[in-house]
Design a protein around this ligand. Sequence first.
Ligand SMILES: Cc1cc2nc3c(=O)[nH]c(=O)nc-3n(C[C@H](O)[C@H](O)[C@H](O)COP(=O)(O)OP(=O)(O)OC[C@H]3O[C@@H](n4cnc5c(N)ncnc54)[C@H](O)[C@@H]3O)c2cc1C
Length: 408
Amino acid sequence: MSNEPDLKPYYDAIIVGARCAGAATAMLLAKAGLRVLAVDRQAYGSDTLSTHALMRPAVMQLARWNLLASLIEAGAPVIETTTFHYGEQQVPVAIRPEPGLPGLIAPRRTELDRVLVDAARGAGATILHDTLVSDLSFDARGRVRGVVLADAAGHRRTIGAGHVVGADGLGSRVARLVDAPVLAQGLAQVAHVFGYAPMPARLSGYHWYFAKHVSGGLIPTNDGLACIVVSIPACRFDATFRADLIGSRRQALELLAPGLGDYATTYEVGRLKAFKGAPGQLRQAYGPGWLLVGDAGFFRDPLTSHGISDALRDAEGAATAIISGHAGALRQFQDERDSLALPLLAATDAIAAFDWSLEELPLRHKRFSEAMKAEVEVLKGRSGRDLFDQLGGRRLVSRHVEEFCHAS
Ligand SMILES: Cc1cc2nc3c(=O)[nH]c(=O)nc-3n(C[C@H](O)[C@H](O)[C@H](O)COP(=O)(O)OP(=O)(O)OC[C@H]3O[C@@H](n4cnc5c(N)ncnc54)[C@H](O)[C@@H]3O)c2cc1C
């Protein structure tokens, strides 16, 4: 196969997808001494369809993994305030700094995903880009035993694995192949249209704008740019936006923040991108030989900018379950994920429904913030755990996982 490093016939874990969920999972498993392969059909350092506002849970994880400083050094500005604009009313909120966490950041995905991939490689994981996982291999009992790789030339190769982790996004092939049950479905479906312009000199921090049936955001990111996004109910996207993305976004931004639409259009850097929306979905997180992390396991509308936080949190939950290897660990991973994900899904859907008045919306934001606070508490609890030491270091962990895989 092209671009193929020296692949082994068997890995403790193979991760399908090597962006925020997959690369983070690979890094954590490799740090614990497991033999890890992560495969992504896209190129190293490539962009993806996503804005990049990180919320506190994501930044906490990155700080704990010692990756926050390099993202800031690479040019992601530190965000110290969030301002909510409810029509003409402005509600500024200061981001509380903590030791090692000066504020929030919104790195371009070309940076965030690359830093995570580099960290996974640094920890000893093998990462293979430009390669598709075309199928899974199963044993006679239906347990997943590996993946089938296919390169651009159509060469196929089967590699065995103790665990296959689907970190392959919303349209997850792994989820489809294992027939992962859907546990909860969201209702709202919102379209997002975004582009980049130089960060306006008079603004700083995140800005979130709201008006009837439309919202917007201004997200300071790398290279002195702001990502400027407009979000509308998906039905409105089909009816009006799709035919004229530039004009429709300009008009919507003008309504939300007079002057912003003209500014964003005049100083546009690059082309606009559009996501037509998809309803939220929570899938079963694990089964015989497989796990799901990131959007593959839990997708909620991007309106609350929480997908990357979910992805990093669940990457760690899944990695911890695999490493610990005891029978109930996967169940615990799923229970913890669901206890956090279900309130986040409901609170996101309530905002993404666009059926609120501007007076009522702050209450819905408060509900989302409460769901996120519960998540922050769980993450704080994790920082005290020294799982790898408990398991006795590299050699023991790898043997432990092998025994677990072969027994199950
Ligand atoms: C418009 C939009 C705006 C968003 N804005 C934000 C935001 O501001 N903040 C935030 O936190 N979240 C945001 N999100 C959500 C965020 O992008 C996702 O939650 C996050 O990308 C999930 O990461 P992931 O690693 O699970 O999946 P992905 O980032 O989707 O990565 C999956 C990877 O798997 C690879 N892959 C898929 N199938 C295969 C296969 N068969 N073989 C090999 N590789 C495969 C893909 O190539 C891809 O690289 C936004 C999403 C959208 C759509």
